[in-house]
Design a binder for this molecule. Structure first.
Ligand SMILES: [Zn+2]
Length: 175
């Protein structure tokens, strides 16, 4: 460094591009639990005054701040992984008889990942881009909680949601 370095427009532009490429999309997702049905689901719709379940019971709500872009990046990777597994399953079925149940399970997972992606876009109010880079490069920066047996990544937000509700009610500790 000479200290008299001229301001490089090119470097400035590159820095701006880099910032844009790494820009998070902060948003809120909500976990809902019906204490009567004991069902748990997520929504992208924040309801500050609460809401009732279809059974008429007031649901418990936990709002979670997330980076929608990070969630989308993880989920998009999962979708690719599911497609790879579906392809492999198809190949092996040509050689030996394999139950359709794996296919069915993978297709169900695919639907749930696609639903999550559409909710993320709705929460952002626009189409979100994935973070550039491979999952190996991004892994440490993404809110990944676990990699499951199928090689799918579970984000912090989607990891064991029922535990979020336990914590709140847990008055006496079992230690
Ligand atoms: Zn209910």
């Amino acid at each position: 460094m000479t200290g008299s370095e001229p301001i490089s427009l090119d470097a400035f532009r590159k820095r701006k591009q880099k910032e844009k490429a790494e820009k998070p999309y902060p948003g809120t997702l909500v976990w809902l639990q019906c204490p009567f049905c004991e069902s748990i689901e997520y929504t992208e719709i924040v309801a500050p005054h609460g809401r009732t379940h279809k059974c008429g019971t007031m649901v418990k709500e936990i709002e979670v701040e997330v980076d929608l872009r990070a969630e989308y990046t993880i989920t998009q990777f999962n979708l690719n992984q599911i497609d790879t597994l579906l392809g492999k399953n198809k190949e092996s079925r040509l050689r030996k008889l394999i139950s359709r149940s794996l296919d069915d399970a993978l297709l169900a997972l695919k639907t749930s990942e696609e639903t999550y992606i559409s909710r993320l876009h709705q929460a952002a109010g626009c189409q979100i881009p994935v973070y550039p880079g491979t999952i190996e490069e991004l892994k440490d920066r993404l809110p990944i909680r676990e990699k499951n047996k199928l090689g799918l990544y579970i984000s912090e937000f989607r990891f064991e949601p029922e535990k979020r509700f336990e914590k709140k009610d847990d008055v006496d500790h079992q230690d």
